[in-house]
Design a protein. Structure first.
Length: 201
């Protein structure tokens, strides 16, 4: 389920394209492609993951989360993330947060023994330290309204409740608003994300 673009650069980057529509043709896919091409142009090694194309279900219990065996696609994604230096997460804002399919992916992925060690307590045992992340979120509302009215709540939950919890930091964010507006400048954002890819940021 991963597409690798090999390069000679020092950074190993994993891009998670989190739009749940496997048919493609959406802005998130174009942004993922722009970042991947920028990173590959700069010599970074890139792995692309699409949870929409993976086989996994929703977790149903704490016992399953703690002791269940992840499905093959999840184990492959864990191996890719374990080997990376930088993680890029791209998704559309749905009902104020990430789509359910992407949330289910994180719940399946961030298992004890891979992402954290529960024996170290709630603030220790971060097993994915040494990695940084970039979160790119598209939305119909202006990005300033997401920050003001929503207080970036879902982004904060992702940053602290998932990425920081497992040791991934720093986590930087790019918010792309008003994507359905008649004057939305997609090319500007594709160029911006391409530059982020070149810099491995």
């Amino acid at each position: 389920m991963a597409q690798r673009l090999t390069g000679d650069g020092a950074m190993r980057i994993v891009i998670i394209e989190g739009h749940p529509d496997a048919a493609g043709g959406h802005l998130c896919g174009a942004l993922a492609e722009a970042y991947a091409q920028g990173a590959a142009d700069a010599g970074h090694a890139v792995t692309r993951l699409s949870p929409a194309m993976m086989r996994f279900g929703f977790l149903q219990s704490q016992a399953e989360q703690e002791k269940g065996l992840p499905e093959d696609d999840i184990r492959a994604a864990q191996a890719d993330i374990a080997a990376c230096d930088h993680l890029v997460l791209i998704y559309p804002l749905w009902l104020g947060g990430m789509p359910a399919r992407l949330k289910a992916f994180w719940e399946q992925l961030a298992r004890p023994g891979f992402a954290y060690d529960p024996s170290k307590g709630p603030f220790g045992g971060k097993l994915l330290e040494g990695r940084s992340a970039r979160v790119i979120v598209t939305m119909g509302m202006p990005s300033w309204w997401f920050r003001l009215a929503y207080r970036s709540a879902s982004l904060t939950a992702l940053r602290i409740g998932i990425l920081h919890f497992v040791g991934i930091r720093p986590v930087r964010a790019t918010l792309i608003g008003q994507v359905a507006a008649p004057d939305f400048n997609a090319e500007h954002w594709l160029e911006t994300v391409h530059r982020l890819g070149r810099g491995g940021r």
